[in-house]
Write a protein that binds this ligand. Structure first.
Ligand code: SF4
Length: 350
């Protein structure tokens, strides 16, 4: 780690004070901050893993109306939980949150330390530290991508890390040294807020940064180049999905319960489920999306429903004709709800 007069680790007290004053002035008024409880903190932390605040906000409000506390969530059926998560992606978070509520309902007391939290479903080191510090005042420092970025820049650390996990590990001690142990939740939230709104990935807003006087990278002049973390090579994936409408029904694939991801959700079927080769049909959509390091192109092909196809669907088990009128009642994975809405407007029964 670079040593510098600007290194905030040498000036932890004024650093904490200035960060806290900025946070008191500038923090966004978010529903889990304006009305705090352990449950609201837990739900917000789960939703904010891999999802931006502005995307999570409407989901958070809807979730709180339907599942206002741990007991309500624990008692809810799995389908209702998934349905309320639909569109947020990374559904294992919803499943884990549900299991967490059930585990808490069975405990004599809620966990109070990161070591206790981390034993429960869906809780990793970051979430354990966030929940116990923000909701319970436990002095644990959070370290995620945002915090790594801030600490690497503040300390002018130019090392190259093999991946996010290595970088998170490297800055654990620095985060703990900087933590305001009297107000750990406020301090952690302020660090996260700084990373989300000021110390941005590509273009940090150093001119308005409340801790610029402690920052080695800003003094040197190239803060955007830090931290240096090797990224996985991008993988290109191409798939063809089928669009088959018949008698007011749509053909969908139900992902088996045994699947490690998206179990029980519906999607437009991959053509390999019905044919060895891509069948004849009309391209009605080409969709592109990125999931972690993968760039996926999905071509949607409208095909006629033949008697042979009907027989194959019946034999496949995982394929189902769903009444178009009933589509709102099922959970569609990822962007499939949007695609289905679009295509229903632009196509008719084949
Ligand atoms: Fe980040 Fe710039 Fe603030 Fe340094 S001065 S912490 S680089 S925003």
């Amino acid at each position: 780690m670079a040593s510098s007069d600007l290194n905030p680790l040498n000036k932890a007290v004024p650093f904490r004070r200035e960060l806290a004053a900025w946070f008191a002035r500038e923090q966004r008024k978010l529903p889990w901050r304006t009305q705090c409880s352990l449950y609201r903190t837990v739900v917000s932390e789960f939703m904010l893993q891999q999802t931006q605040v502005k995307t999570a906000l409407p989901y958070f409000d809807r979730w709180m109306r339907r599942f206002p506390d741990f007991d309500a969530l624990a008692a809810a059926p799995a389908e209702a939980v998934l349905k309320h998560w639909e569109g947020l992606g990374y559904y294992s978070r919803a499943r884990n949150l549900h299991r967490l509520a059930q585990a808490i309902a069975d405990l004599p007391e809620v966990p109070a330390t990161p070591e206790e939290w981390i034993k429960l479903p869906g809780i990793g080191p970051y979430t354990a530290a966030a929940i116990s510090s923000i909701a319970q005042g436990y002095p644990a420092a959070v370290v995620d991508g945002n915090v790594v970025r801030i600490l690497a820049r503040l300390t002018g650390d130019e090392r190259t890390f093999a991946g996010n996990a290595e970088a998170v590990k490297a800055f654990g001690d620095a985060a703990t040294a900087l933590l305001d142990a009297k107000h750990p939740g406020r301090h952690n939230e302020a660090m996260m807020e700084l990373g989300a709104t000021v110390c941005l990935k590509r273009s940090p807003l150093c001119t308005v940064c409340p801790v610029v006087r402690f920052c080695a990278a800003a003094a040197k002049g190239e803060p955007g180049s830090i931290p240096k973390i090797r990224r996985r090579a991008t993988e290109t994936v191409e798939t063809t999905r089928l669009w088959v409408r018949r008698d007011g029904k749509l053909l969908l694939h139900r992902i088996p319960e045994s699947a490690s991801q998206l179990a029980g959700q519906y999607e437009l079927p991959d053509c390999s489920l019905l044919a060895k080769r891509r069948p004849q049909g009309t391209v009605v959509g080409v969709k592109q999306r990125g999931i972690t390091h993968r760039r996926i192109t999905e071509t949607i092909l409208q095909v006629r429903c033949s008697p042979a196809m009907i027989r194959k669907v019946e034999a496949a088990g995982e394929l189902h004709w769903i009444e178009i009128e009933a589509l709102d009642g099922i959970t569609l994975s990822g962007p499939h709800r949007r695609w289905v809405r679009e295509l229903l407007e632009n196509t008719s029964d084949a």
